[in-house]
Write a protein that binds this ligand. Sequence first.
Ligand code: 5AD
Ligand code: SF4
Length: 453
Amino acid sequence: MIKKSVTPQRPIPLLRKGGHETAESARTEGAMGTACIRTFGCQMNVHDSDRMRRMILDAGYAEVHSYEDADVVILNTCYVRENAVDRVRGHLGELVRLKREGRVKKVALTGCIGAAEESQELREQYGIDLVLGTHNTYELAEFVGLPTMRETFTPELPGTKGASSAFITIMTGCNYQCSYCIVPSVRGRMVCRPLENVVAEVERLVASGTSYVTLLGQTVDAWRDPSGDGKKFCDLLEQVAEVAPRVWFTTSHPSNMEDRTLRAIGEKPSIVKRLHLPVQSGSDRMLKIMHRGYKAERYRRKIEVFRENVPGGTLSTDIIVGHPGETAQDHEETLKLVGECGFDSAYVFKFSPRRGTEAADMGDEVPPEVAQRRFMQVLRAVERGAFERNQRKIGNLEDIYIRHGRSEGGKAVGETWSGHAVHVATDSPPGNYTRARIESAGPHVLYAGEPLA
Ligand code: 5AD
Ligand code: SF4
């Protein structure tokens, strides 16, 4: 069930003064507001946090990075698995203490926990001042003393303008009803953003210096133009690929993934040659119980098309082990699929029951020690395959896009055109390219030698 926002009694009074690095400097120069945003969970949340950051800066707050320095703390949360909630509880406990000591003044809880029933309990237990769901983050404006904003899912405050890479939300919500998943109830049904609107934002970002855009959504490939003109995700991707120098998208659903999209990844030079396609299980029986809407064979066929059209591309997935009803045979089928698909990486999760989902009340639970064993087996199978595939990349000359500049004494972190993470010794700043040969490889990361250009 979706919970509505809890509006604060009155906004916190603030002086309009920004640009302070720490609470100390902010306080000595007379500004009253310092704020700290902590993000948990997926890229959608990272993006939502960027928008909230823009709001707090516009309101005159100085952003700080530790709770001790903050007047206002915003926890932007994830609800997808129970351990995500446990982590947030730990942070809330710490914040109660800091509030008692008079350091932190206000705490806001936003994101997916905020949209769930459980947030009421948390609000009472931890004395949270503001709870917002995922559809009304714009209400944070009022809380931080800005004029009330109109709700838009195409935010007028793209927090990432001018940065070398940016996220762009093309759809929100999800129309699937996977047995285990809380997302449809906390993020709502799918809402797609008009094509011209997305392209206009990409153009604006590129003009301001952004060289890498990631199209975001829970099921991006389910995108349809809301005008009803029949345009599908591939049309949008192709148009964005004409405008942006580098493009990626996540997350996709196998039932929506068209072959022409897989071909476009191979054909369009600006699209990163990397596909994240969650499979969840290799067993048809489990896929049916999970309501995934496809069989393992259909998934394998998609991967074949990807491999044919995107030679050298990387493939990643999500897998859940220990879903209620999962037998040893089902688990074997997942291991078999892992062996066949050759994933370059996978997010492997132990099933976590979420209140209100079908799977939470299914019974037929998998004992925790069995789930743990299966989890380790899948993880090892993925890593073994990934390590072998990475070893074959040694010697390749790669154009590496720098994502994070060099840290002191360390290396810069970049990615190849197949979206693979590489450590490279260069002083090039984020957004630039450098050319280097891959010299060694682990299961997760490649290591490049001296840059050639
Ligand atoms: N338990 C475990 N994993 C889950 N996921 C979603 N819900 C659950 C759950 N209840 C995983 C799925 C999804 C990813 C984002 O999180 O694999 O693709
Ligand atoms: Fe959750 Fe399934 Fe929707 Fe993905 S497709 S967000 S797993 S309901």
